[in-house]
Design a binder for this molecule. Structure first.
Ligand SMILES: Cc1cc2nc3c(=O)[nH]c(=O)nc-3n(C[C@H](O)[C@H](O)[C@H](O)COP(=O)(O)OP(=O)(O)OC[C@H]3O[C@@H](n4cnc5c(N)ncnc54)[C@H](O)[C@@H]3O)c2cc1C
Length: 297
């Protein structure tokens, strides 16, 4: 297993992939669907001395459900994520976000692992994953680390992943029975558009469906990494829906973000839209809760 310039590895088993990474991790690039990597390579953003292709690692192409969590293999494509009955059932906004990525071609090739490791501030799966409290499994030949998704990102296209590590699974704890979520992506077009801003919100209610027990709001495309607005949780927890002031919460989100101007939108535009989509998400969640709550006549 000697690496030469331009060498291509395509292991069949995870231990083999990890061995390759422990020897050549600093020189070679991991490739999944290639929908980010090959664009960057085409633009010669960096030289690539060799490739580790994950396409034959069937272990990374499974979605598995047990009594407490769902484990998603890093090679699951956006199309598979969108269509998976388990994901649709337990994590509807992850399925919705996957359905809005790029185009059918991109969704058929691009993977959840690639979206995470690419760490674009506009990566569509990142905010729903953080809102659902996802954990990432990072494997190397000598250790296994499981970390909360929000700790993975350190800057635009920067993560804590080491050259000898592979992202193998994304683990999502099963939400309680009374869990509501909403996701909005705003872009310049309806399809093939990188988000100008996106917001994911997950609210967990008590067993009797009356008291808010958990609330997570995470935005993308407004900061170098996906950003959770933790103050929303503090404002909502322990309250009923009738005690929550939607306008105040939306203003809180607007006040807490400091986006930049770029080709997709100005700072002022993003702040205004953040406030409006926060209201939209709260209203969507409230309406789902109300419909579930109302006695059937
Ligand atoms: C036309 C077009 C439209 C797009 N639209 C969108 C969009 O709307 N929303 C959006 O979020 N993205 C979009 N993308 C970006 C891209 O498709 C996604 O980020 C996709 O999920 C990347 O997955 P991939 O499997 O193709 O990753 P790759 O390109 O193969 O890899 C991306 C990075 O992740 C690393 N990597 C991949 N898998 C692993 C792993 N298991 N362990 C460790 N490292 C790994 C690679 O080394 C590389 O650095 C678009 C891209 C194109 C070209």
């Amino acid at each position: 297993m000697k690496n030469q310039e331009g060498q291509y590895f395509s292991p069949q088993q995870i231990p083999e992939a990890l061995e390759i990474l422990s020897k050549y991790g600093k020189e070679i690039k991991i490739i999944a669907g290639g929908s980010d990597l090959l664009v960057q390579y085409h633009d010669r953003l960096y030289e690539i001395a060799g490739w580790l292709d994950l396409k034959n690692l069937t272990e990374l192409k499974k979605i598995e459900l047990n009594s407490s969590e769902v484990s998603i293999g890093a090679m699951i494509t956006h199309s598979q994520l969108e269509k998976s009955p388990q994901i649709k059932n337990y994590f509807p906004i992850l399925s919705r976000a996957a359905a809005e990525i790029g185009s059918p071609q991109i969704r058929n090739r691009g993977t959840i692992g690639g979206n995470i490791v690419n760490a674009s501030p506009a990566g569509d799966l990142l905010s729903p994953l953080i809102a659902y409290e996802a954990k990432l499994v990072l494997l190397s030949s000598d250790e296994k680390n499981i970390i909360p998704a929000e700790q993975f990102f350190t800057g635009p296209k920067k993560t804590i992943l080491k050259p000898n590590q592979l992202l193998t699974q994304i683990i999502l704890p099963l939400p309680p029975q009374n869990c509501y979520s909403s996701w909005v992506k705003v872009g310049k077009r309806k399809a093939l558009a990188i988000s100008t801003i996106a917001l994911a919100m997950v609210v967990k209610m008590s067993e009797d469906n009356q008291i808010i027990q958990g609330a997570k709001v995470c935005l993308s495309s407004i900061a170098p990494t996906p950003l959770e607005i933790k103050e929303v949780r503090e404002e909502m927890i322990g309250k009923t829906f009738s005690q929550v002031n939607f306008t105040k919460l939306a203003q809180l989100v607007e006040d807490k973000i400091s986006p930049i101007d770029d080709i997709r939108g100005t700072k002022e535009y993003r702040k205004e839209v953040a406030r409006r989509i926060m209201i939209h998400c709260l209203e969507e969640i409230y309406s789902c809760w109300r419909d579930k709550c109302l006695p059937i006549n």
